[in-house]
Design a protein around this ligand. Structure first.
Ligand code: NZQ
Ligand code: ZN
Length: 392
């Protein structure tokens, strides 16, 4: 196991009706003038925003609002948010929604105290200061409620890039699983795929002797394999929703990846798809991640056998371990298909002729090439080609 620091300062406030306490938590963390930042309308329709406003009013906290965050959040709204916070003297941002609203809130939070263009942070500059943020989460997926990361798309050129800093970590995150019951099944499944992908990016490592984090990763994956079909079949199953919501946080606040190298190429390869086609990140991952696995499994066949046997219940074939590794990948892809995810380009709405453009964009301004297997541009082309034609 490698040396590590683990820092996860967020206060998680979990359970039914907890959103009605958001005013108390804003106060606790020093907010006096709040920007409520949210998405395209689901939080208004469900009555959630009404309860958030009521809680802030009850606690004597004034606020302004900025809605309209799109999935794959855009830089243009971030600039608006920065201007609004400055002109209104906002000192705390409350994101109400999913990863997109939270990531947009983080970008605004970093941009307000910064003299330059906030996009500098998404081009490699480190973030030293940000306004404090809080979260009311409505979808279990990106894990942004516990992570220090933010992913924004620059509309000019549709470049999707991430920034990360511990100063972006939310002061508090309110997780009420009942809020996720209004999600369409497709979004629930996209979220589940993203959660599993966050674990796999850490699970496939070159670091040895990491039993504890291997087992934590497997616990999250097994939970997702068990609970996701339950919520697809019964969207109002609170307990299954609760397990998934907490799994989404555990998958991405850093805990299951400490002390080991991580990969993250599948995320980079996927981000080019969601930037170009504006598809859901989880759906893009469903197409890319099993394809990446097929491309790299020979690098460490036994690690893929471990996944196959421990997570997907495959029988180990000692005469032919490769067949076990491939069976695990096959079961992962067919699990994704069973919950309604696309598994190839056609099902996602992507086009094979765009592969050269996707590979070219992947190369712009990225510093990481993968901690499990470093990939060349030709390798990435090959992975897109496998993804284009994938079948069960
Ligand atoms: O905008 P509204 O109307 O709220 O609708 C949203 C949106 O259409 C809807 N939705 C959310 N909660 C709902 C709901 N609909 C009904 N009932 C509810 N309770 O779901 C759609 C997707 O929302 P979004 O916030 O985009 O989802 P998600 O949480 O999957 O976030 C995706 C973004 O996060 C980034 C992705 O790349 C993508 O841009 N990521 C962020 C990460 C991070 N910050 O740590 C890590 C991830 O790997 C990921 O890259
Ligand atoms: Zn993700």
């Amino acid at each position: 196991m490698d040396n590590f620091n683990f820092y996860s300062p967020t206060e998680f406030v979990f359970g039914k009706d907890r959103e009605s306490e958001c005013g108390e938590y804003v106060k606790k963390y020093g907010g006096s003038k709040v920007l409520i930042h949210y998405g395209g309308g689901s939080a208004e329709r469900s009555g959630l925003l009404g309860r958030v406003r009521e809680s802030l009013n009850k606690n004597g906290i004034s606020f302004v609002e900025l809605g309209g965050v799109k999935p794959n959040p855009r830089d243009t709204l971030v600039y608006k948010g920065i201007d609004l916070c400055r002109s209104e003297g906002v000192d705390f941002i409350l994101a109400v929604g999913g990863g997109s609203s939270i990531d947009s809130a983080k970008a605004i939070a970093a941009g307000v105290p910064y003299d330059g263009d906030f996009w500098d942070f998404y081009s490699g500059k480190s973030i030293e200061k940000a306004l404090p943020i809080g979260v009311v989460l409505t979808i279990a997926a990106a894990g942004s409620e516990g992570s220090g990361d933010s992913v924004i798309t620059k509309e000019d050129g549709m470049l999707k890039r991430g920034a990360g800093s511990d100063v972006l970590r939310s002061k508090f995150s309110i997780l009420n699983p009942a809020l996720t019951q209004t999600l369409p099944a497709y979004q629930t499944a996209c979220g589940a795929t993203d959660i599993m992908a966050h674990v796999f990016e850490r699970y496939f490592t070159n670091t040895t002797e990491v039993e504890i984090t291997d087992r934590l990763c497997e616990a999250v994956l097994i939970t997702m394999v068990k609970e996701t079909p339950r919520v697809i079949a019964d969207p109002d199953n609170y307990d299954a929703r609760a397990n998934i919501m907490w799994a989404g946080m555990v998958a991405h606040n850093g805990l299951v990846g400490v002390g080991r190298s991580q990969d993250w190429n599948s995320h980079g390869i996927e981000h080019e798809l969601s930037a170009l086609y504006d598809c859901a990140h989880g759906a893009g991952l469903a197409v890319i991640m099993p394809s990446w696995m097929e491309f790299v499994y020979k690098h460490n066949v036994m690690r893929f056998c471990q996944m196959a046997t421990r997570v997907f219940g495959c029988q180990m074939n000692f005469e032919n371990p490769e067949s076990t590794a491939l069976e695990g990948i096959r079961r992962f892809r067919s699990f994704l298909h069973s919950i309604g995810m696309p598994i190839n380009f056609a099902e996602l709405g992507a086009k094979e002729e765009d592969i050269p453009a996707l590979v070219e964009k992947f190369g712009i301004g990225r510093r990481r090439t993968g901690g499990f297997v470093a990939l060349s541009a030709d390798d990435i082309t090959e992975i897109y080609k496998i993804a284009a034609k994938a079948s069960l």
